[in-house]
Design a binder for this molecule. Sequence first.
Ligand SMILES: Cc1cc2nc3c(=O)[nH]c(=O)nc-3n(C[C@H](O)[C@H](O)[C@H](O)COP(=O)(O)OP(=O)(O)OC[C@H]3O[C@@H](n4cnc5c(N)ncnc54)[C@H](O)[C@@H]3O)c2cc1C
Length: 220
Amino acid sequence: MTRVTIVGGGPGGYEAALVAVQLGAEVTLVEQVGLGGSAVITDCVPSKTLIATAELMTLAAESGALGVRLGDAGAGEAGADTAKSVGVDLAVVNARVRALAHARAQGSSEAVFANLQGQLCEGTGTNVFYVVDGELRTPTLAAGCLAGITRHLVLEWYGGREVDEPIEVLRVASEAFLASTTRDVQAIARWDDLHLAPPGPITGLVPTVWQGREPDLLGR
Ligand SMILES: Cc1cc2nc3c(=O)[nH]c(=O)nc-3n(C[C@H](O)[C@H](O)[C@H](O)COP(=O)(O)OP(=O)(O)OC[C@H]3O[C@@H](n4cnc5c(N)ncnc54)[C@H](O)[C@@H]3O)c2cc1C
C-alpha cells in the first residue's frame, strides 16, 4: 500500500487527499489551523459574506431612487436620503463570518447561534426548529431570532411551540431542521459531533403539509 502524507488541509491539500484515497493510498493529512485552509477560514468564505453585506447595503442605499424610505430617511418625504440612513454593525458581520467559516471547516453549511443568555436563537440565515418528546419547538422572537416568513408559515400550517431553552437542548432533540426562504425545510443531519438521523417523522411531515398549503397561498 502506498502511503501519502499531505501537509495543509486547504483546497489543494484535501483534494489531493481525496484523489490519493480514491487511488488506494493510505493518506495522512496534517493541518495546523482547520480543514478548509485559507479558502474557508480567511479568504473565499469570509470575503463572500462581506461582499453579500456590501451588496445589500448598496441595494438599500440606492433604493431611495425607487421611492423606498428606510430608517430615519423620512417616510414619504420628498428628497429623503436613504443612502445616509444605511448602516452596518461590523461586530455582527464579524460574528457571522467567523461562524460561517467555522461551520465550513467542520463540513457544515450553516452555523447556529445562542443569544447572550445562552438560549438557542437562530442560524446565520435560517430559523431553527427541533423536536423533543415528539413536540415541535422553535425559539420565541424574544430570543432575538429573525421573524422568518418560513418560520411563521411552519408554525401556522404545522404548529409548534415557541419556547426559549438553552442551546444544549439540541443535544436531546430527536430531530432538528432549518427553515428559510432559500432552504424551505432542511433536516439537520449533524450537530457538532452529534448525528441525527434525518429526516425524522416530523421533519418529513412538515414539507408535506407545506406543499399542501402553498398553492392556496400563491393562488394556484
Ligand atoms: C479574498 C480572497 C477570496 C478568494 N475567493 C476565492 C473564490 O471565490 N474561489 C476560489 O476558487 N478561490 C478563491 N480564493 C483563492 C483561494 O483562497 C486559494 O486559491 C486557496 O485557498 C488555495 O488553496 P491551498 O490549499 O493551496 O492553500 P490554503 O488554502 O492556503 O491552505 C494551506 C493550508 O496549509 C496549512 N499549513 C501551512 N503550513 C502548515 C504546516 N507546516 N503544518 C500544517 N499545516 C500547514 C494552513 O493552515 C492552511 O490551512 C480567494 C482568495 C482570497 C485572498
